[in-house]
Design a protein around this ligand. Structure first.
Ligand code: GLV
Ligand code: MN
Ligand code: MN
Length: 469
């Protein structure tokens, strides 16, 4: 049975009804039925949208997840799909073909964000969008991001099978390069959609580990763009009335507590830093210890300093990771003459996260002085604020979970997502589903078909509600 809708929903419903009553009788009727949970008139498109009529093709969705996972540069069960690689291009074609199969109108922007739109009967209104990414860090799993893209397409197909007619258009987005693997910039596509000038500037200089520029890499994938094209990727705040992302939790809470749906209230603030030290190097046997300025040891000391500063924050929410540590020349009998570190640090509290960054910078300078090496780079690549999810979208996701009789809880996202940037141009919400032991960014990542189907249903019902707003 349907619960009583929360107050903001009732107010919103009354407002929407009042505004649209005169000219959009149909829309009002659909809205009333959506919010009440009961059919008020016998309009077939609404009758068929009772939660029990939402039939997700979980088997087909799992098959698509497996098919997409095959576009990988490493053997299964791992998945490695790096921006603009051959496998990424094949995976993109696969997504576009599924969008076309779903009869969506497909467009792609200059950097390869892919949009599939189902036109609503008031197509001039800002659309409701949903999506995620399909790029995968080296040796990761097949669910991160993918569930939010293929799951979004399945949510649309589910709504279509229910004969639902959206008022606002519904749009599925596959974002380019949520992972920072190739050019060190996370959420590349969504940052640009949100109009980030810092990202536009950073891309002008960006090169990958093979010294290939962003523009050459894009060209090799069929995106023939130049610097001037980047600002055109941005979207206005009128583009979407809401953005939703379905994602595996990437943490253990939902599974441990036996809860089906996580409703995200906020996304933690991520930052990343690049550091280079330079010493003199030399022969590992001949140069005596007092005469050394070892860039490798400077890096090692900084890695430990990162851990120390993070722990000193006193909060379990502060985290820091040195995920990349490279030594040059990388020979056993040569003292490292150069070292390169990439540091990821996050917190739900932006100020506390910024304090950690300051302390890391102070340590880097001090270590360089003490060890007689040069700190040749300390670049804060990104220092993003946290994002809050929109209250009315949270209410809509909670209402959908209740209607579907799915246990749910409010939670924060410690991982970042394209939603962090979509929140800059649209009210935003995120739906989490449990994943095995909270594993993510490794091949053991797993979400059950049942949990994925539950997430798709909550997504479908929430999209339907929001499309009628
Ligand atoms: C996203 O992949 C993250 O690192 O949070
Ligand atoms: Mn990821
Ligand atoms: Mn992800």
């Amino acid at each position: 049975m349907s619960p009583i809708p929360p107050l903001p929903f009732l107010l919103l419903f009354l407002l929407v009804s009042a505004i649209s009553a005169a000219s959009h009788e149909d829309a009002t009727r659909r809205t009333m039925e959506e919010f009440s949970g009961y059919p008020i008139h016998s309009h077939p498109s609404v009758l068929s949208l009772s939660p029990s009529s939402l039939s997700v093709d979980a088997v087909g969705l799992q098959r698509q997840i497996d098919e997409l996972a095959a576009f990988s540069d490493t053997p299964k069960p791992s998945v490695t799909r790096i921006l603009y690689s051959e496998k990424d291009v094949l995976a993109r074609s696969y997504i576009k073909s599924l969008m076309k199969e779903a009869a969506l109108s497909v467009r792609e922007d200059a950097v390869g964000n892919i949009f599939g739109r189902w036109n609503g009967y008031e197509a001039g209104l800002p659309a409701v969008a949903t999506g995620s990414h399909i790029d995968a860090i080296p040796f990761s799993g097949k669910y991160d991001g993918v569930v939010g893209v293929l799951g979004a397409l399945e949510a649309i197909n589910t709504l279509k099978r229910s004969n639902f007619q959206p008022r606002r258009s519904l749009e599925v987005i596959m974002f380019t390069s949520e992972e920072p693997t190739r050019f060190g910039i996370s959420c590349l596509g969504s940052r640009l959609l949100a109009g980030s000038e810092a990202a536009t500037d950073a891309l002008k200089q960006a090169v990958d580990g093979q010294n290939i520029s962003f523009f050459d890499a894009a060209k090799s994938a069929g995106y023939n763009i130049c610097q001037e094209d980047l600002p055109n990727v941005s979207l206005t705040k009128e583009s979407y009335s809401a953005f939703l992302e379905l994602h595996i939790e990437q943490g253990p809470i939902l599974e441990e507590e036996g809860v089906s749906i996580g409703i995200v209230t906020a996304i933690a603030a991520p930052a990343s830093i690049k550091v280079d030290f330079e010493g003199n190097g030399g022969h590992a046997g001949a140069v005596l210890m007092p005469a050394r300025n070892d860039a490798g040891l400077a890096a090692a000391e900084l890695a430990l300093a990162v851990e120390k500063h993070v722990l000193a924050s006193g909060s379990i929410d502060t985290v820091g990771t040195v995920g990349i540590l490279e030594l040059h020349p990388g020979a056993i009998n040569s003292i490292p003459s150069r070292s390169h570190l990439e540091i990821d640090t996050r917190d739900i509290d932006e100020k506390r996260r910024n304090t950690v960054i300051e302390k890391i910078q102070h340590s880097a300078s001090k270590i360089a002085t003490d060890r007689g090496v040069k700190l040749s780079q300390f670049t804060v690549v990104n220092q993003d604020p946290p994002a809050l999810c929109d209250e009315s979208i949270i209410d809509a996701m909670e209402a959908a979970s209740r209607q579907l009789n799915l246990s749910h809880k409010l939670m924060i996202s410690r991982a970042y997502h394209d939603s962090l940037f979509m929140a800059r141009i649209s009210p935003m919400g995120m739906i989490f589903i449990p994943c095995y032991k909270g594993y993510s960014h490794k091949p053991e990542e797993y979400a059950s078909m049942e949990d994925i189907a539950n997430g798709v249903k909550v997504l479908a019902l929430t999209l339907a509600k929001l499309s009628l707003d």
